[in-house]
Design a protein around this ligand. Structure first.
Ligand SMILES: Nc1ncnc2c1ncn2[C@@H]1O[C@H](COP(=O)(O)OP(=O)(O)OP(=O)(O)O)[C@@H](O)[C@H]1O
Length: 244
């Protein structure tokens, strides 16, 4: 439990917070022992308010953690090999043509609330459809596409932005990471500037992937989540090695 707690903390902004809290508690403890009544009173009262402030500041992390715990047995129709081929072909072509793209593959966390921000399509997945959806100057190219099983659920969707501060990350990549922070979706992002293809999952962004790697990674992830689900009935959260 401590290990999992540590990984959960280390993976988020909470690590700095825990360090800060330890310093705070130490100063409070020392001031009480030394009889510095003013400082000790101030720190004691601030701690009560601080507990509420923490809930507000760390609302996204708390939401993510609760969501992970409550992830249930919503079994989705997995992507068949043929559809996976179509998806990878589309992503590869979008990269080659330098069209930016953002595609979320729904797993156990329902993405309905994000699909509702875009245009409902419920169309059969095909490479040509996916490519068309990201062509510049068309009404639906802005935003992300959501795949549910072998269907394109919606396009032009707004995903939550990650609060990561890295300057090299543009909004498309932050939206990919953001959605993967609050759900178990696999999010593929194609850079318009560089034509690179990456996957965001569990709040982490992969390095640029080759088409073969992309296909394997998606296949592995989808198989792993299906196996995990059938073994236990619930999708267990497993910490992963950090990437990059
Ligand atoms: N919250 C969001 N949800 C979905 N899509 C978004 C969101 N924010 C931005 N986008 C998409 O990202 C596009 C802007 O990408 P931007 O150039 O800022 O990001 P980037 O990560 O640098 O990507 P690129 O490498 O493709 O330039 C927008 O036109 C929009 O299509």
């Amino acid at each position: 439990m401590f290990y999992y707690l540590y990984v959960l903390i280390a993976e988020s902004r909470a690590l700095n917070l825990v360090r800060g809290l330890l310093v705070y508690l130490l100063v409070w403890f020392i001031s009480t022992r030394l009889g510095l009544n003013g400082l000790s009173w101030l720190l004691g009262n601030a701690a009560t308010l601080g507990a509420f402030a923490l809930i507000v500041v760390f609302q996204p992390e708390l939401r993510g953690a609760l969501e992970r715990i409550g992830r249930g047995r919503l079994q989705r129709q997995p992507l068949a090999d043929a559809q996976l081929g179509e998806l990878v072909r589309a992503v590869e072509r979008l990269g080659a043509l330098r069209y930016g793209a953002l595609i979320a593959i729904e797993r156990q966390t329902p993405l309905g609330e994000f699909a509702a921000t875009g245009e409902n399509l419920d169309a059969r997945l095909s490479a040509r459809l996916l490519e068309s959806l990201f062509v510049n100057k068309t009404p639906l190219h802005d935003g992300g596409v959501i795949l549910r099983g072998d269907r394109v659920l919606a396009a032009g969707c707004v995903f939550p932005l990650s609060e990561r501060q890295e300057k090299y990350l543009g909004t498309r990549h932050k939206a990919a990471i953001g959605l993967s922070e609050v759900s178990d979706a696999l999010v593929i992002v194609v850079s318009e500037e560089r034509g690179t293809m990456r996957i965001a999952e569990g709040g982490r962004l992969s390095p640029p992937l080759q088409p073969v790697e992309l296909r394997e990674r998606i296949r592995e992830e989808l198989q792993a989540s299906a196996a995990n689900l059938s073994e236990t009935g619930f999708r267990l959260w497993r910490p992963k090695e950090r990437e990059g």
